[in-house]
Design a protein around this ligand. Structure first.
Ligand SMILES: NC(=O)c1ccc[n+]([C@@H]2O[C@H](COP(=O)([O-])OP(=O)(O)OC[C@H]3O[C@@H](n4cnc5c(N)ncnc54)[C@H](O)[C@@H]3O)[C@@H](O)[C@H]2O)c1
Length: 364
């Protein structure tokens, strides 16, 4: 029996609600245990071998609650398992420094706590929690635009010898300086910006690769995304979006034989439509030329639950971080990052990335 993976959560929003409720869904429906999973077991670790031992947030209504309750608090909207059916845990949500985590559009929904603690007190408290709970892996699902907050948590991981899985587009696992720091301390880091299971990015990447592999030339492409949760509301603030656009655009550009000029490619979150909730809609178009310079185009509309999309990937990212810890491997875990994340330190085709990740799992 492998030991349990002790995981700390940063940003107890819809993504974590989807991850935790999803694990409970499989527990309640064992016949579905292979539906929606890339790996049922990873080096012996199953999906139930994870203990969420602490959480950190700024929401006044989440801090102090047990994790099983906090994941249902407003403005979270994932409700796959009724709240009263969720097993109780004694592990709690603690206060995190707000820094730049709370954007102007979501502030009145998050309702951040008015902290009475100094930064030093808060940092000390967080480190004490991590130590006492024996947290091995910290996963960040902070809002887009949380540069300072992400750096705070990356530094905390370095200080506490905790692996870091960075699911958001604030660059740590793809930043050379941060990678060096994680390598020097031999602590694994996987990131940045989770690539959904069958999300807009992987579909767009796969299709542009297909067009190039079949000899066509791509002239223009766009990808528009809309959704109705706090993630999309937060992304209405254009200043917070810079790194998200870089992450999503580079992920597609990296798959092209010849990069497109900036004015020939548009990839980004585009609007908030409240009644969509966690449903994300993606509209994608590719225009190109084939044999004898004859034009072609294609359009794709993808409709997907954004939170299922992310949980199906982070469940592997957590286990891969633990495997790296078990094997004493630190620094950026490139094979896991290229396969699971939009903005790794180096890019590969998704086919090669999968092969690399499988080799890593085998220990090669
Ligand atoms: N498919 C996907 O869902 C997907 C894919 C890629 C990236 N992401 C990214 O994952 C992140 C999380 O998405 P979500 O839907 O869970 O968002 P969410 O808005 O539901 O949750 C964010 C949580 O972070 C908390 N928070 C804000 N500032 C904080 C701070 N300083 N410290 C700790 N907690 C803080 C909020 O109170 C909230 O609970 C977003 O950045 C999103 O873009 C999601």
């Amino acid at each position: 029996m492998p030991e349990k993976i002790k995981v700390g959560l940063v940003g107890i929003g819809n993504c974590f609600a989807g991850l935790i409720q999803g694990i409970e869904y499989y527990r309640k429906n064992p016949s579905k245990k292979v539906v929606g999973l890339i790996h049922e077991k990873l080096s012996g670790y199953g999906i139930y071998d994870i203990d969420f031992v602490c959480g950190f947030d700024v929401g006044e209504n989440k801090i102090g609650k047990n994790i099983n309750e906090a994941i249902y608090e407003y403005p979270n909207i994932v409700n796959w398992i009724p709240k009263e059916e969720m097993p109780k845990t004694s592990f709690k949500v603690y206060e995190s420094p707000a820094l730049d985590g709370v954007g102007i559009w979501v502030e009145n929904r998050i309702n951040p706590i008015k902290s009475i603690k100094t930064d030093a007190e808060l940092t000390e408290e967080i480190k004490k929690v991590i130590k006492e709970t024996g947290t091995q892996v910290i996963v960040s699902y902070l809002p887009v635009g949380s540069e300072k907050a992400t750096q705070f948590w990356a530094q905390t991981c370095l200080d506490m010898n905790t692996a870091f899985v960075n699911c958001i587009p604030s660059f740590i696992a793809s930043d050379e300086e941060w990678c060096k720091k994680f390598a020097e301390k031999n602590i694994p880091v996987i990131g940045d910006d989770i690539k959904g299971q069958v999300g807009a990015t992987i579909v767009h990447r796969t299709l542009v690769r297909l067009c190039n592999d079949r000899g066509t030339t791509i002239e223009k492409t766009y990808q528009i995304n809309v959704g109705g949760n706090t993630d999309f509301l937060n992304m209405k603030e254009q200043e917070r979006l810079l790194s998200k656009r870089i992450s999503k655009t580079e992920s597609v550009q990296s798959q092209l034989d010849v990069r497109l000029d900036d004015d020939k490619i548009y990839v980004g979150p585009s609007d908030f439509i409240p009644f969509l909730g966690n449903t994300k809609l993606m509209f994608m178009r590719i225009e190109g030329r084939q044999w004898a310079n004859i034009p072609f185009n294609m359009e794709v509309r993808l409709e997907v639950d954004d939170k299922a999309n992310s949980a199906g990937i982070v469940i592997d990212a957590i286990r891969l971080a633990k495997i790296a810890l078990d094997r004493g491997i630190g620094g950026p875990i490139i094979s896991a990052s290229v396969y699971l994340m939009k903005h790794p330190i180096k890019q590969m085709s998704d086919y090669k990335a999968r092969e690399a990740c499988e080799e890593f799992i085998k220990g090669n």
